[in-house]
Design a protein around this ligand. Structure first.
Ligand SMILES: C[S@@+](CC[C@H](N)C(=O)[O-])C[C@H]1O[C@@H](n2cnc3c(N)ncnc32)[C@H](O)[C@@H]1O
Length: 309
């Protein structure tokens, strides 16, 4: 015979129950974002497909198009909403004009940026108030491929009360398509694609080491034509990310029409060259999403080992 509980069950009218839920909402979120899955239909702005078309660049707040080679802020917005929580620290290892930091602040996140060119790092730091520079944005002038950079990032993380970063943005030079400086550490200054991939791999490894387990990283990159062939910078860099330990989660094709300043006036010339040379004009780049998941990685490596014997 079933034991009868002496707890009295009180029937709550549906309307009152709904009101109680509304007053005490229990959010159903993943550990890496603030998206409430109870209300998932409210997030129509968050992209979940693999073709990203943005009709124009967001120029609001402190965003501007002053830096040739910067990425559009809408990318950062997508990454941060999907893969970070408020107050999380985003680490951008190719900081450039600071798009990640501007968007991070706008969305209540924090940011550490590493940029090779000290004069650019200085210029970008002037976009932020002294208070923001203490609490929310940390800019380091340095080489993201070096071993020493990890100690510098670690020191900044500690100031921010964190052990590791909660998201990583990697937007490297696309080999030498835009030459950012003459420095030998500059990834846009490599003598061959192979050298570029090797330098990128070191940055990928640092990114992996600096990221909290379970968290995500984004790589934004396009391809190039070199020596009469298509050089797939994107897929070779993706491979180096996997070599560093990252688990691939998605590849997104992003439209680049409109944010290619250089080709505007010479469009016809490019079309002629394409017709004459047997190639196609790039109108897209890639966004790869990765996760650091030590447990899943170990499991995968074990499975591969088993398959090899
Ligand atoms: C494609 S841009 C990034 C632009 C940035 N996402 C933005 O929105 O402004 C690449 C940047 O990486 C920097 N860079 C190149 N090699 C580097 C290295 N070894 N360490 C750190 N930064 C590097 C370049 O100076 C350039 O500013």
């Amino acid at each position: 015979m079933a034991r009868r509980s002496n707890l009295k069950v009180v029937e709550v009218p549906q309307q009152e129950a709904d009101l109680r839920v509304a007053e005490n909402p229990i959010k159903k979120c993943k550990p890496y974002n603030d998206i409430d899955l109870n209300n998932w239909k409210d997030y129509s702005n968050v992209k979940t497909d693999t073709l990203w078309l943005f009709p124009s660049r967001d120029k609001s707040d402190r965003h501007s198009n002053e830096y040739h080679g910067n990425y559009i802020p809408q990318l950062a917005e997508q990454f941060f909403e999907r893969f970070t929580k408020k107050k999380d620290v985003v680490l951008d290892l190719f900081f450039g004009s600071g798009t990640s930091a501007i968007e991070a602040l706008k969305m209540g996140r924090r940011c550490i940026g590493v940029e090779l060119k000290p004069e650019l790092a200085q210029h970008v730091s002037e976009k932020f108030t002294p208070k923001e520079l203490v609490t929310d944005v940390n800019i380091i002038a340095g080489d993201s491929a070096s071993e020493e950079i990890k100690d510098k990032i670690q020191a900044r993380l500690e100031i921010m009360g964190e052990e590791k970063a909660q998201f990583v943005v990697l937007h490297p030079p696309y080999d030498d398509i835009i030459k950012f400086s003459d420095r030998k550490e500059d990834l846009s200054n490599c003598s061959s694609p192979e050298e570029f991939y090797n330098m990128f791999e070191k940055v990928a490894q640092n990114a992996y080491d600096m990221l909290e387990d379970g968290r995500f990283a984004a790589l934004i990159i396009g391809d190039e034509y070199k020596n009469g062939r298509c050089e797939f910078l994107s897929f070779f860099c993706e491979q180096r990310m996997e070599k560093a330990g990252f688990i691939p989660k998605a590849v997104i094709v992003k439209d680049i029409q409109g944010n290619e300043r250089a080709k505007g006036k010479t469009a016809n010339l490019w079309r002629y060259r394409a017709l004459a040379g047997g190639f196609y004009i790039f109108q897209h780049e890639y966004v790869f999403i990765f996760q650091k998941d030590e447990k899943a990685r170990k499991k995968y490596l074990k499975m591969m080992e088993k398959q090899a014997v």
